[in-house]
Design a protein around this ligand. Sequence first.
Ligand code: ATP
Ligand code: LTN
Length: 334
Amino acid sequence: MAEEKKRIFSGMQPSGLITLGNYLGALNNWTKLQDEYDCLYCIVDMHAITVRQDPAKLRKQAKELLLQYLAVGLDPEKNIIYYQSHVPQHAELGWILNCYTYMGELNRMTQFKDKCAKHADNINGGLYTYPVLMASDILLYQTDLVPVGEDQRQHLEITRDIAGRFNSIYGDTFKMPEVYIGKVGAKIMALQEPTKKMSKSDDNKNNIITLMDDPKEIMNKIKRAMTDSDNEIRFSEDKPGVSNLLGIYCAVTGKTIPEAEREFAGAGYGAFKTAVGEAVVADLEPIQKKVKDLEANKDYLDEIIRSGAEKASRLADRTLTKVHKKIGFPARIR
Ligand code: ATP
Ligand code: LTN
């Protein structure tokens, strides 16, 4: 009998157009892993409302994210692609796991601290318990591997802590998930402030390149990216701007950092930035074309989302039934 494939779960928030950071840090790895694993790729709209969203915009962004998942090459025949809010079991397990998570653990989350600083007027309970919902997303499907960018490592650690705690009280219930962080592109930095990560909800649009930026915008943003004054193209901690551009260049071309450093030895920043911009444009152009082609195909998209939710829901029920039984909820008479 063929061995069952291992399972992957990952997700992105429909909180804006996805950036080069989301693409190189996560999406690009998802497409590479889709043949080897059974994958669920979720559009985590329930996570997105932890910061205030405009309803019409949120709906539009969720659809755009679906188009982009497909345009980068996620195959809906091979992967389960769906909106988180269509599978209420995420919230149900989320509640349960809240009761197995300590406030002390949540207080340590750096993303929570960052988002509190950014949204001081709306520090809500959802923002605080966000990692528990994320743990539920992952544990609901008995996930083996979670491909994410470097910024999510801490959330994977708390997921493992919660799973371990639950398993030690009730016996084996959840698979212990592993984090998967790619070698390149795991942390793309903001172009104007290269010591902070590129983030799709950044108000300064010059900090980010989205997958849908046109070639002129991309070239301009990269030309304006912050560098330094020593005019040397070298990867180094004290050169965050140049290092970030080198990282982007390598992630889109498949070259290694030493190869890129050799290629640009003696070149000026102007020529370097032009080469980086051109490489990014060449990588994104086919994706943008695919988004445009898919856009009009409403029935096709609806069917992906409908069947995705149905399949996810069936898998989720298996875990939830097990969890209910373990914690002592009365059995449902069906
Ligand atoms: P927001 O700005 O709304 O918080 P975000 O841009 O941080 O959004 P998410 O939807 O939270 O993006 O993350 C989606 C995936 O992209 C996650 O796996 C995350 O680790 C990855 N990711 C986000 N930013 C970067 C980045 N700058 N470099 C590499 N990977 C990233
Ligand atoms: N927290 C992630 C998005 C996310 C996720 C997940 C990623 C929500 N649930 C489950 C992997 C697995 C983020 O903010 N980048």
